[in-house]
Write a protein that binds this ligand. Structure first.
Ligand code: 4AD
Ligand code: MG
Length: 433
């Protein structure tokens, strides 16, 4: 009878038992009569100790010539060992080579990032990369559970859209529909607003596209965004929701992905400090901090990447920057009645210099002012007639935000660049594989 197949991720439940592992050979070293094989199976990595006397001459010889990433099935006994990575190792009694691999292009030596990105389909097998992708999975599920648990309805928004949501400079045109150019969505927000008027509290969650002309460590051309939208809500409600979401996502990853954060050598004390309420900073105060620090900041302008980094370094937890000048923000933002040149908007900046992870605010709910803004932004009114209907029929104060999944994963994992937070990143110079 063959031993039961188990996964490395749950190996601790099988100490002392004879089991099989189905995976791939990650690394191998030998000392005379013993091979040490590091095997991975997608759920983790474990060391397999193979003694010549336990498996016989023939199997022992075969293991000696196996290349990295050869597919193998190992039979053996799970042994608790405090010195072993993960606390367990397997003492092999059998080896089946499912397929032998030769000259795997990614070796334990250091490779340049372009070399690795060209081989992203293989690079994702690396221990760090699998840890990041598991954290991504946890973040996405934490997001869904958070909104589902608060009575939000998931209502999808289209990817082909007739008009811009976030400015016309980052649109991807698609030629297919009769007599018109379609664009890949930059944000589901406008449809979310319609959905909120139908369902109260909604969210959409999907890929969004921006033809970003700049190469930065925070920008992808295709990224995943979750966007909640609430009817009968103001800027304060939006900020409270953002705080609840961010704290619950961080707590969930700390709770369930401690092993992955360890692989990533993440300083988790910084994440444990993420507690609501977050600090709040009016745009004017933010501008003052930047100028006091001697940064070349233009009052009235948007915050750049460096500005965000410097600001977020002033606080232990995330910080909410509100009241950006209306003139530099999207057409749909509601001006603050107290200071009409400022918008009722918020950007949440992650701590440790990671910059903006959330953007949102209260929406312009007045028909006349919205029409005026659409004209000022030189947007085609016909394409927005349906959106204007929301202000004609039962308009109410409402708001929401968008949170970029890759930015959040980069922050939680402590990564320099967002390109490792998604299986196949898309950037200005990166479409392959
Ligand atoms: O601030 P943004 O542009 O806001 C919106 O799109 C709103 N319509 C959302 C809403 O209110 N429903 O984008 C929201 C978030 C950013 O804070 C950032 O996390 C992420 O989306 N993001 C990007 N992530 C990766 N690459 C890019 N090019 C991104 N652009 C925005
Ligand atoms: Mg933004």
């Amino acid at each position: 009878m063959s031993a039961p197949h188990i996964t490395i991720g749950r190996i601790g439940e099988h100490a002392g038992e004879t089991i099989t592992l189905k995976g791939w050979l990650h690394n191998r070293r030998s000392s005379g009569k013993i091979h040490f094989l590091v095997v991975r199976d997608g759920t983790g990595f474990v060391q397999v100790v193979m003694g010549k006397n336990d498996v016989g001459e023939e199997v022992f010889q075969r293991a000696d010539h196996l290349g990295q990433e050869s597919a193998v099935i190992i039979t053996g006994v799970v042994r608790a060992d405090a010195r072993a990575k993960g606390g367990y190792e397997v003492v092999a009694s059998g080896l089946e080579v499912v397929s032998a691999a030769h000259d795997y292009p990614i070796t334990p030596k250091e490779h340049g990032v372009d070399y690795l990105l060209d081989r992203r389909h293989l690079w994702i097998r690396a221990e760090r990369q699998t840890a990041i992708l598991r954290v991504r999975h946890e973040v996405i599920n934490a997001v869904r559970d958070f909104f589902n648990g608060q009575g939000f309805i998931l209502a999808d928004t289209p990817i082909f859209t007739p008009a811009a949501c976030e400015g016309t400079t980052t649109l991807f045109p698609v030629q297919y529909f009769e007599d018109t150019t379609a664009y890949l969505t930059q944000s589901g927000q406008l449809y979310n607003e319609a959905n909120a008027m139908a369902l109260g509290r909604v969210y959409c969650f999907g890929p969004t596209f921006r033809a970003e002309k700049s190469k930065t460590r925070r920008h992808l051309t295709e990224f995943w965004m979750v966007e909640p939208e609430m009817a009968y809500a103001d800027l304060n409600d939006v900020i409270t929701l953002a705080e609840g979401l961010v704290t619950s996502v961080v707590a969930r990853v700390l709770d369930r992905r401690a092993a992955e954060l360890k692989v990533l050598e993440r300083d988790t004390s910084k994440l444990e400090a993420v507690k609501a309420p977050f600090a709040r900073l009016h745009y004017d105060e933010a501008a003052k901090i930047l100028l006091d620090k001697g940064l070349p900041f233009q009052i009235g302008g948007d915050l750049g990447g460096t500005d965000e980094t410097v600001l977020s370094e002033q606080f232990d937890g995330p910080v909410c920057v509100t009241h950006y000048p209306a003139a530099i923000k999207a057409f749909y933002m509601k001006p603050d009645p107290q200071e009409p040149d400022k918008a009722l908007c918020v950007d949440v900046l992650a701590p440790e210099g990671y910059g903006e992870i959330i953007g949102g605010g209260q929406r312009l709910d007045d028909l006349d002012l919205l029409l005026q803004r659409i004209k000022e932004h030189d947007l085609p009114q016909e394409a927005f007639e349906w959106y204007l209907d929301l202000r004609r029929y039962g308009t109410v104060p409402h708001g929401g935000f968008g949170m970029g999944i890759e930015r959040v994963v980069a922050w939680i994992c402590g990564l320099e660049h967002v390109r490792e937070t998604i299986p196949y990143p898309r950037m200005l110079y990166r479409l392959y594989p």
